[in-house]
Design a protein. Sequence first.
Length: 140
Amino acid sequence: MANCHLVILKKPYLDAILSGKKKVESRFSKSRRNFLNSIKAGDLLFLKQSSGPVCATARIEKAKLFENLTAKKILEIKQQFNSLICGDEDFWQSALDCRFATLVKLTDVKRIEPVRINKKDWRAWVVLTEKENFGLLNRK
């Protein structure tokens, strides 16, 4: 069964996804994130602009987890995938000391009627559950 996720994006990255230029969403972190075990092909993503509404959906075509990263490996990821990730130099500079990364290839990106949700925490990726779904699960 597919999972549903709420993905928070800064405006330039969200715009790049909606225009079709950005085809891979990436998450880099210094520690392993719990949501990484819940990501799989076919999952539904609700795309939310940071400090804005949920305004699109997408499906995960495939996902790849990288562990035990070094700066050298991150630069290799940049060289191989940046045409799909669309990260600027500041983005890549901030990723250099991360140990984990997840690359998510997006498919079936669709704009939806903007939906404001009441989310107050700092999580940039939320696995939606029956208990915590911000009213989005009935919009599938």
